[in-house]
Design a protein around this ligand. Structure first.
Ligand SMILES: *Cc1c(COP(=O)(O)O)cnc(C)c1O
Ligand SMILES: [Zn+2]
Length: 417
């Protein structure tokens, strides 16, 4: 494959050939960026070629991905990404914003953003003839890997904390993965997965460890770019775009930053959107580093109801700090109570988010209050996961429904209360 040149370490800048390394930098453990042959890509494709395709998935950006055409047309594997962007005046108005969009990642095949990464990792696994793919997960990464593996007939092993929400565990099991629940947190599952992958020769998808996850996640930036280019043809009044992302390990925000950087390098994007990272105050290691003005990620004892972003030691923290800093955005930390309010607010616009999915919107609310976002700013918020993934948390965001006797009299009594 001519477009995939190798890797560059995000810490020491060392470069490696595609076959030289597989996961992180052997010298310092830094996250590796995939290096693409930008000149080669520019010679063979253009924005217009991409814009005019009919492929309604991440695979419309195949020329910008470090894998070959994977096949599997007609399966859920070809339905990852190309998620809708909803404009919501109902959400914008109370915030005093003129425009607000929500890109709804809950509409991926396994109902979270993680499908983007898992699809590309599965494509990579098949290219390198890795028979078994393994991942640690708080739930969504595992469900995505299990779902994508099932769609193409590949073997998957998933390690998740035993406290993972029931719906996510159900997905893992229904997709037929080998599921192992760990009597510990996500971080302990993460470390065990790396040991198991080495011991048994499995291909490891771990977030912030396998460089291909960020490559999958960058497709969201490509979609935002394509949508933004097309939107601005009708709305030339729109100013710089501001993107809000929930952050746990920091791999989504790093992937999105990488996607925009690829587009800048290609000369297809004139201005980097500002990227805002939002963490829970109960799991804020990356926020802390951003506030301290450095890239030193100090582990926390994570405790938040937003299970998908509950991480002691974020595995992609350095690149995640840079995503906000280099794009002119910043980090915000929100309380669990504000996350619950965000679930309810998004629900009022017809969007059902899990806690981590609504965290980005809670961050926007705070950013408006603090004056980081003004009325004329164009804002896009990512909902990264479906509310159906964690019904227990959703019920905490709303008041209970009344129970009445099935009679008109009882109904009238209730309505008059
Ligand atoms: C994984 C996940 C995130 C955070 O992604 P990171 O790469 O860990 O920062 C946010 N929301 C949902 C729903 C997720 O599953
Ligand atoms: Zn290095």
């Amino acid at each position: 494959m001519d477009k995939f040149l190798g890797y560059r370490c995000s810490l020491c800048q060392c470069e490696y050939a595609p076959t030289q390394v597989q996961y992180t930098c052997p010298a310092d453990g830094g996250n590796l960026d995939v290096v693409l042959d930008i000149e080669h890509i520019r010679r063979f494709v253009s924005p217009e070629v991409i814009f005019n395709q009919s492929e309604a998935s991440i695979w419309r950006y195949l020329p910008l991905l470090p894998v070959d055409e994977p096949g599997f047309e007609g399966t859920p594997f070809r339905r990852v990404g190309w998620t809708p962007v909803f404009e919501s005046a109902r959400l914008a108005r109370p915030l005093g914003l003129s425009t607000l969009w929500v890109k709804d990642e809950s509409r991926n095949p396994t109902a979270s953003f993680k499908d983007r990464a898992s699809a590309v990792v599965v494509a990579r696994a098949r290219e390198i003839q890795a028979e078994v793919v393994v991942t640690a997960s708080t739930g969504n990464a595992g469900a995505a890997l299990a779902g994508m593996a099932a769609a193409v007939g590949h073997q998957a092993v998933i390690f998740a904390p035993k406290t993972a929400p029931a719906a996510k565990v159900a997905q893992l099991l229904v997709f037929g993965a080998q599921v192992i629940l760990v009597d510990g947190n996500y971080d302990s599952a993460f470390d065990l997965t790396i040991q198991a992958a080495q011991e048994f020769g499995w291909y490891c998808r771990n977030t912030g460890y396998n460089p291909f996850t960020a490559e999958g996640k960058k497709t969201a930036a490509f979609e935002i770019w394509e949508w933004w280019e097309k939107t601005r043809r009708q709305r030339p009044d729109l100013k710089r775009l501001n993107v809000f992302v929930s952050v746990g390990d920091g791999n989504i925000i790093s992937g999105i930053h990488k996607g925009f950087k690829d587009l800048l390098a290609l000369g297809w994007l004139d201005q980097m959107p500002r990227i805002f990272g939002v963490q829970s105050t109960g799991s804020a290691a990356i926020y802390n580093a951003f506030q301290a003005g450095n890239e030193q990620i100090i582990p926390v004892a994570a405790n938040t109801l937003a299970d998908s972003i509950s991480v002691d030691l974020p595995r992609d923290g350095v690149r995640a700090v840079r995503a906000a800093r280099e794009s002119g955005g910043c980090y915000l930390a929100v309380e669990d109570e504000q996350i619950l309010q965000a679930i309810a607010a998004l629900g009022q616009a017809g969007i059902f988010a899990e806690p981590a999915g609504a965290t980005s919107f809670a961050g926007l609310v705070q950013a408006v209050q603090r004056g980081f976002i003004n009325q004329e700013d164009a804002v896009l918020v990512l909902n990264t996961g479906s509310g159906l993934k964690d019904v227990k948390a959703a019920m905490q965001a709303v008041s209970e429904a009344p129970i009445i006797e099935p009679s008109l009299q009882a109904l009238k009594k209730h309505l008059s209360q």
